[in-house]
Design a binder for this molecule. Structure first.
Ligand SMILES: Cc1ncc(COP(=O)(O)O)c(C=O)c1O
Length: 369
């Protein structure tokens, strides 16, 4: 079993502010008079009401439910994940930081693929961890995190944690569920697997049984930023064993997910048909975008996400295209990591399909095909 930092394994630290919602649940009744939380309850909020309407103003006065029960209940009912295996926080990024805070101390070694979603390495280094980065597997039609190399590095470097985005950003690659289980088996027993499934909703098999599973030694992360369109509100969730989540709750910023965000997430989750339609439309656009660039001769990577990755012949060309597009007011993405400097990533939004929108990239592809 992977370990936790020593300072978290005793009784403390104890959260001094569980919040009124948690307290109400503990004592089993409502507390109608909030006289002790020093909130601005008497603020008339005339400006806010005028701008956003009364309904919004009602959700801003009070500190939120630190346990996000309403959101967790919906996720649990819809996906068959036990309620006590779910923790809600301010997006997958926040959960990456939280998972690191829960499992690692400064000086610990962590492993992730060179060029993958960079926030993990950024946060890990910010916490004083040593980052080891094996490369991707690169082959025609394939750019994939190298699971064997991740496991080998974890052993060689006595890693405390391995990070894997699945589906991956920026390659879009999806490793199968059995490959993930094999990776977990191949890791040292003492090593955590942080499995970032921010794009899991775009998998063709998104709601299979495996998606709801809690895996020993694994912290799974998901987000409502992508398939649910709530990136600006900051909300995501972790799936892990209750004892892991209890440790995460010890170091969590308790009101990080606002009252309004939780209310909005509940409304969105209560309308699954809209989410499913959005996902289907994103996938259709992704395939259209991929087909368009493939027809021009581009090396388009297979993607199980809401974007496509395109490999250009050189990092210099990718840098030039990226820069010229930006100068023309079009922001696509190029990984900052030198290992993937030749990759460009385009989100499958309708704007990307507008004729001529990415003409600079199209021209570069045609010239280098
Ligand atoms: C792999 C991966 N993880 C996490 C995130 C961040 O998600 P959130 O908005 O929930 O913080 C992203 C966003 O692009 C991502 O690509």
């Amino acid at each position: 079993m992977p370990s936790y930092p020593h300072h978290l394994t005793g009784d403390g630290p104890l959260n001094p502010f569980p919040g009124i919602k948690v307290l109400e649940r503990r004592i089993g009744r409502e507390i109608p008079h909030r006289l002790g939380s020093n909130e601005g309850l008497d603020m008339p909020h005339r400006a806010l009401r005028e701008h956003f309407g009364d309904a919004v103003a009602e959700h801003v006065y009070c500190y939120g439910d630190a346990e996000a029960l309403g959101v967790r209940q919906r996720l649990s009912a819809q996906q068959g994940i036990p309620l006590d295996h779910l923790l809600v926080d301010a997006g997958a990024d926040s959960l990456i930081a939280l998972a690191l805070r829960t499992t690692c101390t400064p000086g610990d070694t962590v492993v992730s693929t060179a060029g993958t979603y960079p926030t993990f390495g950024y946060f890990a280094q910010g916490q004083g961890c040593r980052l080891v980065e094996p490369g991707y597997i690169e082959a025609p039609g394939l750019l994939a995190p190298d699971l064997e190399a991740l496991a080998a590095a974890a052993h060689q470097e006595s890693a405390q944690l391995v990070y894997l985005a699945n589906p991956d950003n920026p390659s879009g690659h999806l490793h199968s569920d059995s490959a993930i289980l094999k990776l977990r088996d191949a890791l040292p027993d003492t090593c955590w697997l942080l499995l970032d499934e921010a794009y899991g909703d775009f998998r063709d098999d998104a709601n299979n049984d495996f998606a709801a599973k809690t895996l020993p030694g694994v912290i799974r992360l998901r987000t409502l930023s992508k398939a649910h369109g709530l990136a600006g509100l900051r909300i995501g969730y972790a799936i892990a064993d209750p004892d892991v989540l209890a440790l995460m709750m010890k170091v969590r910023i308790h009101y990080a997910v606002s009252t309004f965000t939780q209310a909005a997430a509940e409304v969105v989750l209560d309308h699954p048909a809209e989410i499913h339609q959005h996902i289907a439309e994103v996938k259709a656009r992704r395939e259209q975008l991929a087909a368009h660039f493939q027809a021009l001769g581009a090396d388009v990577l297979p993607s199980a996400t809401n974007f496509i990755g395109i490999r250009l012949p050189t990092a210099e060309l990718a840098e030039q295209v990226n820069r010229e597009l930006l100068e023309a007011g079009r922001l696509i993405a190029r990984p900052a990591h030198p290992a993937l400097g030749h990759v460009l990533r385009i989100t499958a939004v309708a704007d990307a399909l507008e004729p001529g929108q990415l003409a600079i990239l199209e021209q570069a592809i045609k010239e280098n095909a």
